[in-house]
Design a protein around this ligand. Sequence first.
Ligand code: HEC
Length: 428
Amino acid sequence: MDKWISISRISLILFACSIARPCWAQEQDVVDYATTQSHDPAARLEQRIEKGAVKLSWDDKLGYLPSLLKALRIPESSQMLVFSKTSFQRNRISPHNPRALYFRDDVYVGYVNGGEVLEVSAVDPKLGAVFYTLPQKKDKARLGRMGDECMICHEGNLTENVPGHMVRSVYSDLFGQPILSAGTTRVTHSTPIHDRWGGWYVTGKSGRQVHMGNQVADEDKPEALDRAKGTNIVDVSGRFDASGYLRPTSDIVALMVLEHQTQMDNLITKAGYGVMAALRDQKVMNQALGRPADFVSESTPGRIKSACEPLVKYMLFADEVKLTDPIEGVSGFTQEFSQEGPRDGKGRCLRELDLKTRLFKYPCSYMIYSESFEGLPKLAKEYIYQRLWEILTGQDQSRPYARLSVEDRAAVREILKETKRDLPVYWK
Ligand code: HEC
């Protein structure tokens, strides 16, 4: 017993070190993260709870989970199940007791069956991801903001070094312990399906595209994981006691959207931090050298570019992995996710899924409508809209965007023109 505890403690330390925050990340100093009031869906809900405008209701089996999801308007169909001990309430997580995650565009909820708290993170346009817990104790339904307990993992090289979100794929042993010596993968929409979902349950089909989900690895030869055995599974309810969950599903499409979205969160936040830092430094230099306040430093345009270009590239799915067989979910997430607009005059919408050769039908992220994108500094948005215009009109035919067909570019341009209100005049 003791041996197990000490092994698991050592691996937690190794795991935390493998993703801990770097000490050189000075761009973070542009926001006073810890003390700034957050404007995010969880903060707004907490204010409404405080005022008595909302009361979360208690469920004897699931605690505040159903009521919290409803209050945050998160669909149950987004449920995903992770069984590797890779997160906060890790001691309770295992293949027999997976952790459930739920999400929508700007807020995420984590639930561990028997856990002491519900975990919540939400996105503030300036700060990035902000973390909360809600005690699973009857009559204690309050969201409390968290700090280093969460940031130790949620601000580091897995999150572009800003407060953010991530998805990991690991070789998990029988107990849910990640076998770190076998390597781990940080998953985004660019990750090959072959490397995804180690440590997760996955319900849905991916044809001949095998993945690491639904399987545990042998500690002695983790690479021998039988991927085919865990692929195209539509029912995992027999593998754990599903009565402690809202649904017996861990939807494959929800997972793929989550993997796209978490990295969008990070890159949007990083672009904001980078541009704010460039402007802060320019201001300091101008003051020191007695230059006019609006003098543009030589380095500023380059810094804006390096802060924003990775976001442009990612939001246009430049490096997205190609699907070779159709993907099919089971929870209804596919239908529910696409229903929300906005739509253009032809009924087209950036949330429409393709799932045959790529994740979405139109290669521009729906996160362009998010509060975090809309809240980016003015200079960041000017840069991004200019670049989108160059790429979508075909003026920029450079390598990263070579995969965007003439039709793709035109469709995205037209959809944005009709649905995005703050585009510069040259777009009209
Ligand atoms: C030991 C590292 C670690 C700590 C500490 C941690 N998390 Fe996480 N968290 C993860 C990982 C890794 C994931 C990705 C899914 C997984 O493996 O469980 C994640 C995922 C999440 C998600 C889903 C969104 C996403 O990023 O994928 C939420 C919500 C979340 N964590 C909340 C919290 C909160 C709240 C705290 C602090 C109370 C916290 N986490 C502390 C590692 C951690």
